[in-house]
Design a protein around this ligand. Structure first.
Ligand SMILES: O=C(O)CCC(=O)C(=O)O
Ligand SMILES: [Fe+2]
Length: 191
């Protein structure tokens, strides 16, 4: 069983966006990390950058709707999140995107999860983090000060409201970091 979400703290942002944080929420985080390193079918992507193909600086895998997650704690986590947020979200979390940041050179650039519904409607993306701590940064689209939230081993962070379309987020490169894995639970048709 995963811990209660009652102690989750909400940080309102602008334009109806918000972030919820619940520290040390995921149980058996060491085991989840080890299992994911060993068992997720990680892939290294490349993407076109002008006239070159460059490595995407992290390893990826997405569990689609109905696919079994690599550790039962993650299944429990998804169910607990779906139940807790149902009144506000109106639907369950369905997919689980996984990112493995191997060291401080791995990162994700500024973006919103705006493929699908996130570009036009309020939604939620719930992220659990295992491994070394990394900073998740958030900034309003169109300019403004960024905020920085450290995501530690077992921490939960939920981006909600208009966050995907009115704000952007990133995990910047750092000089020194050990491996971190993030699991992003999303509803149907949000990427
Ligand atoms: O690693 C994270 O916590 C964020 C990942 C992310 O923003 C994404 O994959 O869309
Ligand atoms: Fe994202």
């Amino acid at each position: 069983m995963v811990a209660s979400l009652a102690r989750t703290e909400r940080m309102p942002l602008t334009e109806g966006a918000w972030v919820d944080v619940c520290r040390s929420w995921l149980p058996r985080a060491d085991e989840v990390f080890e299992t994911m390193v060993a068992q997720v079918p990680w892939r290294a992507d490349k993407r076109q950058m002008y006239d070159r193909l460059v490595d995407v600086p992290r390893l990826l895998h997405t569990y689609m709707i109905g696919e079994e997650l690599p550790h039962p704690v993650l299944t429990d986590a998804r169910e607990a999140l779906s139940e807790h947020y149902l009144p506000e979200l109106g639907e369950p979390f369905r997919t689980a995107g996984c990112c493995w940041y191997r060291d401080g050179r791995d990162s994700v650039a500024w973006h919103g999860d705006t493929i699908g519904r996130g570009s036009t409607r309020d939604t939620m993306v719930a992220i659990v983090s295992v491994g070394d701590p990394r900073r998740l940064q958030l900034r309003p689209r169109g300019g403004g000060e960024s905020i920085s939230i450290e995501m530690g081993h077992g921490d939960l962070l939920v981006m909600g409201g208009s966050c995907q379309r009115t704000w952007e987020h990133a995990v910047p490169k750092v000089a020194h970091a050990g491996p971190r894995i993030s699991v992003q639970f999303r509803p149907f048709n949000v990427f």
